[in-house]
Design a protein around this ligand. Structure first.
Ligand SMILES: [Fe+2]
Length: 146
């Protein structure tokens, strides 16, 4: 597989780590009357992200690359910014929707490169991720009344 594919997958891995930590922060810091539903929902998101992160890193290894693995690299590369000290429910849900959009955009880049390289398995993996995240985005947007 091409170096471009590995580069795009590593970009996704960095984005995912910051997203993961943002969902943990949301789970811990959420306040207000909708605490219980969102506290549980954010836990679902980071649990799912953990599996996705491992799958992406191991796909990189499978196709002959090496996955980035340090926090310094993740913070340097990620287009998703880390969110600090946010406890407002609507702000947190908006943050999740924005983060998911950034993930989907990078997954589509990976998918395009995978198609160029004839790597159907990576393409399939990206289709799976986008499918789930688009649905999650729809649900959070509905929660926001959009
Ligand atoms: Fe917890």
């Amino acid at each position: 597989m091409s170096n471009s594919l590995i580069t795009e997958l590593n970009q996704l891995l960095s984005n995912f780590h910051v997203y993961y930590q943002n969902t943990r922060g949301a789970h811990w810091n959420i306040k207000g009357p909708r605490f219980f539903e969102l506290h549980a929902k954010f836990e679902e998101l980071y649990t799912e992200a953990l599996t996705n992160i491992d799958d992406i890193a191991e796909r990189i290894l499978t196709i002959g690359g090496s996955p980035d693995h340090t926090l310094e690299t993740y913070l340097e590369k990620s287009v998703i910014k880390s969110v600090k000290n946010e406890s407002n429910d609507e702000s947190l849900v908006k943050m999740i929707v924005e983060n998911l959009s950034a993930l989907i955009s990078q997954e589509n880049k990976v998918k395009e490169q995978a198609v160029k390289d004839g790597d159907s398995e990576t393409e399939d993996m990206m289709i799976g991720l986008v499918n789930v995240q688009e649905k999650t985005k729809w649900m959070f947007n509905s929660w926001l009344g959009k």
